[in-house]
Design a protein around this ligand. Structure first.
Ligand code: TYD
Ligand code: MG
Length: 430
């Protein structure tokens, strides 16, 4: 039986197509030799391969020392710095600050920086503006992966980190299809992973993602690499967060916080950074306490409910999970008997950041009720708690720690699973 595979995206099919049904490229399907046991041509059958087994206990391991970067907030997300040989995929939208982050983080580490995105002059200008000493950086604009790796191997004793900015600009001479095609992305990444493991050099692969194109691009590389870091934020706001969605050598719940300034990225340690006007109380505003990894953080949620003139009222959510908000609206409808059906509802987290923690549930409901009743929440109040489908308030991870920190920072009324058992209990305070 014949089998055809697309050279661009890897789509497989038993019949040939002129245009790949998956990626839409023309003339990219080529015939693959069939290695299955009932293949017609017996010569093409693969021989039996015996496997080698080793007692797991006898395998020698070496403990590697972490390489610290110049940014503590990045180290925090990595789990204390890079491990030699680690491959990291750093993704984010164009213009969010990935190249800036790299320059600042690696300024004291011997680095080979490959940029297919910018000229040496542009990179140097940025570094000069940021006052970064470039003694430790070697640079190239060349983007053929075979050439990059050959050179990197030659100078491997002089470098600790290889940066590819970006994976969409490099290509392999042996793979058909344009750079940034899925096959090119996968093949070049696999070669970089081999290089990193063989030579114990950290490889940082930068990948652009756009909100629309996420699936076809760097997302397909996630399982090849050791860690995936996402650099996020709204361009209009200056805050930037780093989260890891995968981390073989650390945890995935730490986040790093930065502010983009004229002098580059500034590290942020203040847990109240996202609160703009804690003191002013207005209907629809609630402060929530969450723990991101081991660090308590505080965010302001704003909710606006207004009578709708639309047949299907609007729900607009920024900074929280849309489906989670719909779920909590259903909880409110059922448990508090509020009819929000004729209201448009807008929810926003201040600072252009997104909150992933379930600990924000209780605060979202409080802000919703507060807006609906047009009544501010008690002054200096804070909400911590996950809300279940039945309206029950659940204790969250590191709750005591968040409460302690909130008390230290002067929050007077703290609502959590310790004093609110069900969302119904909120009604006596709002
Ligand atoms: P950049 O690192 O080039 O983004 P990416 O590599 O993710 O595409 O950063 C681009 C933006 O950051 C650019 O719009 C300008 C802004 N920026 C500052 O605001 N301050 C600075 O000091 C630097 C270097 C950049
Ligand atoms: Mg860049």
């Amino acid at each position: 039986m014949s089998f055809f595979v697309c050279k661009n995206c890897g789509f497989g099919s038993a019949s040939w197509y002129g245009k790949c049904p998956d990626c839409g490229q023309w003339n990219t399907l080529v015939e693959k030799i069939d290695f299955s046991p009932n293949a017609k041509n017996k010569n093409q059958k693969e021989f039996l391969k015996k496997i080698t087994i080793t007692p797991l206990k006898s395998i020698k391991t070496q403990s590697k020392k972490r390489i610290k970067t110049s940014l503590f907030e990045l180290d925090r997300v990595l789990g204390g710095g890079f491990l030699p040989g680690e491959v990291i995929l750093l993704t984010g939208e164009p213009g969010i600050g990935k190249s800036t982050l790299i320059l600042q983080a690696l300024k004291d580490i011997n680095t080979l920086y490959i940029s297919g995105e910018e000229s040496g002059e542009q990179v140097k200008n940025r570094a000069d503006r940021l006052n970064i000493n470039l003694d430790n950086f070697l640079f190239s604009n060349d983007t053929q992966i075979e050439g990059i790796i050959e050179t990197a191997v030659e100078i491997k004793d002089k470098i600790q980190v290889l940066v590819i900015d970006s994976i969409q600009t490099v290509y392999s001479k042996d793979v058909q299809g344009a750079a940034s095609g899925v096959n090119q992305l996968k093949e070049t990444t696999k070669m970089l992973v081999n290089f990193a493991k063989k030579n114990n050099i950290v490889v940082i692969i930068i990948g652009h993602i756009t909100k629309e194109g996420e699936i076809a691009g760097p997302k397909t590389l996630e399982h090849f690499v050791d860690a995936v870091l996402n650099f996020e934020g709204e361009k209009i706001s200056n805050y930037r967060l780093i989260r890891s969605s995968k981390n073989r050598f650390g945890s995935t719940d730490e986040i790093g916080i930065f502010e983009m300034t004229q002098q580059g990225l500034k590290e942020i340690d203040n847990p109240l950074v996202f609160l703009e006007s804690e003191k002013i109380n207005q209907p629809g505003k609630a402060i929530v306490g969450v723990s991101e990894g081991k660090r308590p953080l505080f965010f302001e949620i704003q909710t606006l409910t207004v009578p709708s003139i639309l047949p299907v009222p609007r729900r607009v959510v920024k900074g929280l999970d849309y489906n989670k908000v719909l779920l909590l609206l259903a909880v409110v409808r059922k448990n508090l008997n509020y009819s929000l059906d004729n209201y448009d509802i807008y929810v926003n987290v201040i600072g252009g950041v997104s909150v992933k923690s379930t600990s924000a549930d209780l605060g979202l409901i409080a802000s919703l009720i507060s807006s609906f009743k047009n009544k501010p929440l008690p002054s200096s109040s804070l909400f911590i708690g996950e809300v279940g489908l039945l309206g029950e308030v659940r204790k969250v991870y590191f709750e005591e720690k968040v409460i302690n920190e909130a008390q230290r920072l002067g929050f007077k009324k703290i609502f959590s699973s310790q004093n609110i058992k069900n969302v119904k209990d909120l009604m006596s305070f709002i």
